[in-house]
Design a protein. Sequence first.
Length: 148
Amino acid sequence: MNIIEKIEQDLHTAMREKDAVMVRALRLAMASIKYVEKENREPLDDLGVIAVLQKEIKIHNETMEEAKKGGRQDLVAECATDIAILEKYLPAPISEAELEELVKNIIQETGATSIKEMGKVMPLVVQQVNGRAPNNLISQIIRKFLAG
């Protein structure tokens, strides 16, 4: 069962159980997934779905920070709940140490020596990580090793 099927199944279950919080969060996720699929004119694979969910979590984190500044505790709680629900559909995150080791190995395999060769390394690392770390973190670690 892929991630979309799991989300749809959980959405139907939440609707039957009248769990409004879960329904809202999963509908939001499905709407984002469908939007990206429509833009790309093709269905998303699990890696694409993971990217969409990570983006939604990032947006919720930003909204939560703004809500904290504005004193909107209701919105903070809502965002925190949504994030917790969406994170259930992401693979277990890779530790930063494991990610650094993986980046080192791929840099050695490709023979990359400068930041200009980041384009060789990045796709290979993203493929190996398989959605277990956000791309901005991967990019940051690659830059650290290639710049140093």
